[in-house]
Design a protein around this ligand. Structure first.
Ligand code: GLC
Length: 796
C-alpha cells in the first residue's frame, strides 16, 4: 500500500496532518518545532534538540550546539534490561541500537517515536502543555515477549539556564545549583547568574529568575545531577558510565557540570504495557511554583488530558479554514503544515535547526502574523500593536528586537517601517476593525499616539529618503538584507522600495480620507504618481526593471552586469504594484520566466555572484546559488505566484507554486534533502554543486506566504472591505475545489465547479440559493453558515 508522497524516508498520513518517518537516516535532521507561545522545544527524528522559554538565545533551558551533521544534543531517555544489561534509547540517538521496528511521527503540537528493540516496544510522545511552561515525555513500554522483563528507564538532559550558545560553559557551570526532592520524584536546577544588568547597570549580578525541573511519574530509584559521574570522563551519551552501574550516583549541589538524570524501575509481565511520564520545565519564580507544576502534570492521567488539550489548542488555529482541491500537496500544506510552521516556529518558537533567533524581526513577524487572520485575527492585531511599539517618533523602527527586555539595532533599512501599514491593510480587509487605527501605542522615544499616526510617520519617513530622481534610497538595505553595502551612503536607490511604497500608498489613501486627513491623502497621491513615473523612467533596463543603483551610481540587476544581471523582486513587484503597464508587463513576465523560473522555483537573482563585491554586500559573499545569492529564496519565490496570477498567467503561477510546494520534492528527496512537510528558506540555485537542495527549514517567512498565495491568489478567495472576492487562477484540468473559512464571524462554505475547464473567470455565483451579479460574496457577520456555489467558465 502506498501512502501520500511516500519516499524512502517517510510519507504523509492520509489526511496530511501527520508526517511519518521510517528511518533515522534522513538526509538532514527532520524535525518538529513545538511551542505554546511561551515554552518551546525542537526535536529531530533522532530525538535530538533542546528547550527554551521566551526565546532560545536569551533563555535556553537545556544545552545544545548547532550541528546538523552530528545532530547529537538532546534530552534522552535510556531503557535498560536489568538482567541482561542491554540498553538502548527511546529515540534512535544517542545509543543508536539496531531496531526491529522504527517510526517517528511529527505532527501539530507533538512528536511520537515508536521503536521495537530487544522485544520491548517503546512509544514516546513529546508535547508541551498549552497553558504552562512544561513539556511532557509520555513513554509507554510494552513487553512483546513471553518472559517477565525487569527494566529501568533513565532520563538525561544538560542544563543551560539562560544565555546560549554557552561557549563559556566552564564559567557558567559555576553558578548552577541542583537539588532533589524524593517526594516529588524530581530534581531542580537554579542559576545564580543571568547575563542582564541589575537595576544599577551592573552585569553578572542577577539570578536567573526561574527554577528548572525534571520529574517522573514513578517512584525515583536513583538520580544524578553531575555530568561527570553520569557519562564518565572521556565517554559520551552513546554509552554512558551510568549504563554500566547499578544505580545513578546521587550527586547534587553546586560543584558539578549540571545535568538532570532520573532513574525509575519498570517491571513488565509478558504482553504487559506500562506508561511512565517525565516532565521538564522552568517555573518563573515570581509567578509560578515548580512543585505545583510537577504535581499538576507528572502523571499518566494528566499526560493523557494534556495531549488532548494540545489537540484542542491547535485546532483553534488550524481548523478555522479548510481547502479541498485536486492537489494534495496544496491541501496538506495549506490546511495544516504552513499554519503550524508559521505559528509554532516563526511566531512563537522563533528558532529552528538552522537558525536561533532571540527576538522578532520588524518585518518578519508582522508578515507571519497574517497567518492568524482567518483562525483568530486578534493575534494579528496584537502583533501589529507590538511592532508599532518598536517605532521611534521619527518614523523609523528597530530592525529587530529581543523578546526579553527589548533592545535591538536602529538602522537605515529602507523597508522595515513600511511593513506596518502594509500588514495593517491585510488586517483591515479581513476584519474591518477600523477601531485599531485609534489604538494608542507609545514610541520607543515618545509618548503614545494612535496607530494611524504610527503608519503615517512611517510613510513620511520614507518620503524623506528619496534620491534627487524621485526613487527611494536603499539605505542600509531593503527587503533583501544581503544588499547591505549598496546604499549606506544614502545615495544608492532601491527600485523595489519604490514599488512597495506605491502599493502601500494605494491602500493608505482611502484610510487617510476616512479619517478626514485629506491633505495627507493628496500628498500620497502626488507621490504615487511621481513614483510611477520615476520608476518607469529610471528603473527600466530594456527587458526588465533594475534592482538598485549603488552609492557610486552603478546599476544593479541590469544587462550591463555580468553577475546579478536580473533580480526577481523589482520585477514581480512591478506587476504586483501595477506600476508596469502594457508592453512592459509582458516583457517583465517573459524575462522572469526566461531567466528566473527554473526547475525548483523562481531564483532571487541570476547569474549568482561568484566574487565578493564590497559595493553590494554580503549577498555576493555567499557561494553562488546559496540563499539570497542566486538561489530560490522561498519567501520571494511565493510572490512570483502572486505576480503570475496578476499578469494573467495562471499556468505559470501554478508551476511556480508547484515547484516550491515541499511535498512535491518527495519525488527527488535525495536531491532535496530537507523535510517535505515545511518550507525551506532556500533551495540551491543552478550554480551550486547541490542544485535543488533545500535548506534553512522551519524558521522562514515563506510559510505564511506560501499559504497566502495558495488561498488568495490560486484559489482566489480574497477579503475586501465589502466582502469576500472569488477570483480563482487554477489549473484548467481541475474540476473544482472547496474552501471553508470564517470571515467576519460568519462561516462560508464555497464550492467552486469548473465544468468548462477554464483557468479563470467566474460565470455564476449563488449565495444561499440566491444568484449574485458580481463575484463578491457580501459580508454577513451573523455567526451563521453560508453556502456559496460558484461556477467558472466563459460568460456568454
Ligand atoms: C531573512 C530576513 C528577512 C529578509 C530576508 C531576505 O529571511 O529575516 O527579514 O527580508 O532574509 O534578505
Amino acid at each position: 500500500m502506498s501512502h501520500p508522497f511516500e519516499c524512502k524516508y517517510g510519507y504523509f498520513s492520509d489526511d496530511g496532518r501527520e508526517y511519518c518517518i521510517t528511518t533515522p537516516f534522513t538526509p538532514r535532521p527532520w524535525g518538529n518545532i513545538i511551542s505554546n507561545g511561551d515554552y518551546s522545544l525542537m526535536i529531530s527524528q533522532n530525538g535530538s534538540g533542546y528547550s527554551w522559554r521566551g526565546n532560545a538565545g536569551q533563555n535556553r533551558i537545556t544545552r545544545s550546539f548547532q550541528d546538523l551533521i552530528k545532530d547529537n544534543w538532546g534530552k534522552y531517555l535510556y531503557i535498560r534490561d536489568r538482567k541482561s544489561g542491554a540498553f538502548w534509547s527511546a529515540t534512535f540517538k544517542p545509543v543508536m541500537h539496531p531496531y526491529e521496528d522504527f517510526l517517528v511521527v511529527h505532527s501539530i503540537g507533538y512528536s511520537r517515536f515508536i521503536q521495537v528493540i530487544e522485544g520491548i516496544r517503546s512509544e514516546l510522545t513529546v508535547f508541551i502543555a498549552p497553558d504552562a511552561p512544561v513539556e511532557l515525555m509520555q513513554l509507554t513500554l510494552t513487553n512483546l515477549g513471553e518472559d517477565t522483563r525487569e527494566l529501568d528507564v533513565t532520563s538525561y538532559a544538560e542544563w543551560a539556564l539562560g544565555f546560549a550558545p554557552d561557549e563559556h560553559r566552564e564559567f557558567h557551570k559555576l553558578f548552577i545549583d541542583t537539588s532533589t526532592d524524593f517526594t516529588l520524584n524530581a530534581v531542580f536546577a537554579r542559576k545564580y547568574l543571568w547575563g542582564f544588568p541589575d537595576e544599577h547597570g551592573r552585569y553578572n549580578n542577577i539570578n536567573w529568575p526561574y527554577t528548572a525541573f525534571m520529574a517522573v511519574s514513578e517512584p525515583l530509584v536513583s538520580f544524578d545531577c553531575d555530568k561527570e559521574s553520569f557519562l564518565g570522563m572521556y565517554r559520551s551519551e552513546e554509552h554512558p558510565a551510568a549504563m554500566d552501574a547499578q544505580h545513578l550516583s546521587g550527586r547534587v549541589g553546586r560543584f558539578h557540570d549540571a545535568i538532570a538524570a532520573l532513574q525509575v524501575a519498570v517491571s513488565l509481565a509478558p504482553q504487559q504495557s506500562k506508561t511512565v511520564v517525565f516532565t521538564l520545565g522552568a517555573a518563573e519564580d515570581e509567578k509560578e511554583d515548580a512543585a505545583a507544576l510537577i504535581r499538576r502534570f507528572t502523571s499518566v492521567e494528566a499526560s493523557r488530558q494534556t495531549l488532548q488539550a494540545v489537540h484542542d489548542f491547535w485546532s483553534r488555529f488550524v481548523d478555522g479554514e479548510h481547502v479541498e482541491t485536486p492537489d494534495p500537496a496544496l491541501n496538506f500544506m495549506t490546511n495544516y503544515w504552513l499554519k503550524y510552521q508559521a505559528i509554532s516556529c516563526r511566531l512563537w518558537g522563533k528558532s529552528a535547526f538552522y537558525q536561533v533567533s532571540a527576538g522578532y524581526g520588524y518585518r518578519d513577524q508582522l508578515q507571519d502574523s497574517q497567518i492568524f487572520l482567518v483562525g483568530d485575527p486578534s493575534f494579528a492585531r496584537k502583533q501589529l500593536l507590538m511592532h508599532a511599539a518598536q517605532q521611534f517618533i521619527e518614523g523609523d523602527v528597530l530592525h529587530w528586537w529581543f523578546s526579553i527586555r527589548g533592545g535591538g539595532p536602529r538602522t537605515n533599512c529602507s523597508d522595515d517601517l513600511l511593513w506596518l501599514p502594509f500588514i495593517l491593510d491585510a488586517y483591515l480587509k479581513e476584519t474591518a476593525d477600523y477601531a485599531i487605527l485609534d489604538e494608542a501605542v507609545p514610541y520607543l522615544n515618545a509618548p503614545a499616539e494612535p496607530l494611524y499616526d504610527h503608519c503615517k510617520r512611517a510613510i513620511e519617513r520614507a518620503f524623506s529618503r528619496f534620491s534627487p530622481r524621485g526613487i527611494p534610497l536603499m539605505g542600509d538595505h531593503d527587503w533583501n538584507d544581503g544588499l547591505n553595502a549598496v546604499g549606506t551612503l544614502l545615495k544608492g536607490e532601491s527600485f523595489w522600495v519604490a514599488e512597495f511604497l506605491y502599493v502601500i500608498l494605494g491602500n493608505f489613501i482611502p484610510l487617510a480620507r476616512r479619517r478626514g486627513d485629506e491633505c495627507f491623502a493628496r500628498r500620497c497621491e502626488d507621490v504615487r504618481v511621481s513614483l510611477k513615473d520615476a520608476l518607469n523612467r529610471f528603473g527600466w533596463d530594456g527587458e526588465w526593471y533594475l534592482q538598485a543603483t549603488t552609492d557610486a551610481g552603478l546599476p544593479l540587476g541590469s544587462h550591463e552586469n555580468d553577475e546579478g544581471r536580473i533580480f526577481l523582486m523589482p520585477n514581480i513587484w512591478a506587476i504586483i504594484s501595477g506600476m508596469a503597464e502594457g508592453e512592459r508587463t509582458r516583457k517583465v513576465v517573459d524575462s522572469i520566466t526566461r531567466y528566473l523560473l527554473k526547475d525548483y522555483g523562481t531564483l532571487l537573482n541570476y547569474p549568482a555572484f561568484t566574487k565578493p563585491r564590497p559595493d553590494v554586500g554580503y549577498v555576493t559573499r555567499y557561494a553562488p546559488g546559496l540563499r539570497e545569492n542566486g538561489g530560490v529564496y522561498t519567501h520571494a519565490a511565493t510572490w512570483s505566484v502572486w505576480a503570475y496570477t496578476l499578469a494573467g498567467e495562471p499556468e505559470r503561477a501554478y508551476e511556480a507554486y508547484h515547484k516550491i510546494c515541499p511535498p512535491n520534492r518527495s519525488a527527488d528527496i535525495d536531491t532535496y534533502k530537507a523535510e517535505p512537510y515545511v518550507t525551506p528558506g532556500n533551495v540551491d540555485g543552478p550554480q551550486s554543486e547541490y542544485y535543488g537542495r533545500g535548506g534553512w527549514t522551519w524558521y522562514t517567512g515563506s510559510a505564511q506566504w506560501l499559504h497566502r498565495v495558495a488561498t488568495h491568489w490560486i484559489l482566489g478567495i480574497r477579503p475586501q472591505e465589502e466582502g469576500l472576492l472569488v477570483d480563482p487562477s487554477i489549473p484548467a484540468e481541475w474540476d473544482g475545489f472547496t474552501v471553508r473559512r470564517r470571515f467576519r464571524s460568519a462561516e462560508y462554505e464555497i464550492h467552486v465547479r469548473n465544468p468548462e475547464h477554464v483557468h479563470r473567470g467566474v460565470k455564476s455565483l449563488v449565495v444561499d440559493g440566491k444568484p449574485l451579479e458580481s463575484n463578491l460574496i457580501p459580508v454577513f457577520a451573523d455567526g451563521q453558515k453560508h453556502v456559496v456555489e460558484v461556477v467558472l467558465g466563459r460568460k456568454e
